[in-house]
Design a protein around this ligand. Structure first.
Ligand code: SF4
Length: 147
């Protein structure tokens, strides 16, 4: 079983109401059971929504209370992102899932690289909030660009 960012499977859960359908990820479904999750929706964010990025840090800093997740309009959505990460972890534990394929560079789902907080498309090192929480709890994470 694999947890997968729902947008990679064609679910229209992106901030702009669209998806990131990825045929390589969909093909994994012929060999594995895929469990689609969208942490931002699970955390109570609407769709469509104003895009968000992590300011001055990464998902680890957010979980440690050292950094915040802000929308492009300056609204603090940190609690939604943390709640969504916890819900994804709950699903992983309930289902006994040990691996996840998550969307590259997202402030929730990004693995090793995330948008840098300037809403310019530039990136910085670090994990998104959900990726970081999963890794801290023994679940291995890859992005769709790693498969
Ligand atoms: Fe996709 Fe993750 Fe963003 Fe949801 S939070 S739209 S699953 S990248």
């Amino acid at each position: 079983m694999l947890l997968v960012s729902a947008c990679l499977l064609g679910v229209n859960c992106k901030y702009n109401g669209k998806n990131n359908l990825n045929s390589k990820v969909v093909e994994l479904g012929s060999k594995e059971t895929l469990i689609p999750v969208c942490p931002e929706q699970l955390g109570g964010c609407p769709t469509p929504r104003v895009p968000s990025e992590i300011l001055d840090g990464d998902g680890a800093d957010v979980l440690d209370g050292k950094s915040r997740v802000m929308t492009k309009n300056g609204e603090d959505v940190t609690e939604h992102f943390i709640k969504g990460a916890q819900e994804v972890l709950n699903i992983a534990r309930t289902m006994g899932v040990k691996k996840a394929i998550l969307k590259a560079r997202s402030p929730s789902c990004g693995f090793c690289s995330i948008y840098d907080g300037t809403f310019s498309g530039k990136t910085k090192k670090g994990n998104g909030v959900t990726s970081e929480l999963l890794i801290r709890n023994g679940i291995s994470v890859l992005s769709e660009e790693d498969i």
